[in-house]
Design a binder for this molecule. Sequence first.
Ligand code: PMP
Length: 428
Amino acid sequence: SLVDGGTRRMIERRSALLGPSYRLQYSRPVHPVRAKGTRLWDASGEELLDAYNNVPCVGHANERVVRAMSDQLSMINTNTRYLQDEVVAYAEALLSTFHPALNRAMFVCTGSEANDLAVRVARQVTGQNGIIASQFAYHGNTSLVSSFSPAGGPGTILDRDVRLVPAPDSYRMRGIDLGEWFAAQVQAQIDDLASRGVGLAAFIVDGVFSTDGIHPADDGVLRRAAEVVRRAGGLFILDEVQSGFGRTGDHLWGYERFGILPDLVTLGKPMANGLPVAGVVGQWDLFEDFGARVPYFNTFGGGNACIAAAHEVLNIVQDSGVLSNVATQGRRLRGEMERILSRAGRATDVRGAGLYIGVEFSRSDPALTPDPQVTGQVVDGMREEGVLISAAGPNGNVLKIRPPLVFDDADADRFLSSFERVVRRVGV
Ligand code: PMP
């Protein structure tokens, strides 16, 4: 086995102490003990290139974020029961990046909580219970949110008022009007709910369909679906927990790429570069009814120190050319990977938006049978090269490449030379 004695002992200690639900990544698990920017160092001192972690969006151990958080923590750290300068200043800055109609924010700690709150608001506003999500969606791990997160694992129990639609898969459905097709899928589920007397509360979708296999839903694919949802009286919740804060390049928010205006947008993961900050943004009148009846309190959500970190992340993403870097590096990585893969006979598809990239591997048969084995070999091969990526999709046959947004030219060079070597070695 590739796993050395020290690592094996660490794995044993861990599994003797922690609940068994946690899963380690890679055949040879990574044990990073220090990180900076796009680099991690493991316990043996090996340097790893991070092409996977979206949370440290402005780089691991970012000094500006660390300082903002620790300065605030040593001054005061309380909650939304008190007047706080930080949460108000941050809300002002954050909302100024959204369409003027999206003019209220609520802060929580995790993406799961953000989606939980968004769906509670949607059910309250509409007075309806139905939820439509994508077939292999993941929106989080609360009891409510897991009830519309089929990618949460085989133990997931979907709510009986939840319906699913297939993701708009531009690889497997070439030559059809995906927007039209997707809207028809959503309509069919609205009709099915209605036939059982259930109205639509919300359609919730991840802006990059990550767990569905990374489908960037470009070219207005979601526009018609949004119309269908509104016509049925439901809210359109865009889950930007992964796709927000510039991940998809050029824009801060995915909905700008889609040409739609969602009713509620949920945020999380990269929001404070590793501290638990998440949120829901929406119109005042959507929150009004809920706010009148539910005195929502979240002990840590909106706390000064985490919010100070979030504000600094937003400053950095807005100030320092991050968005154009994401667009440029994303284009380059996709183009070069396409070139590397085009020399091989295997059926592959390179897709994505900005620095959220998927590379699908299938067999070269007419059905394009998914090839999770080769995908896993590439993931482990990259790990052996010291480059962290992973795999996604219902069949685990799509490389998930999602580095910090500050991934630069040198990082891309290193990534691509490793990728080329691994692809040759695996025989893709
Ligand atoms: N939505 C999406 C699209 C996610 O990817 C995730 C986390 N993977 C969540 C929600 C849940 O976020 P958290 O783990 O912070 O609860």
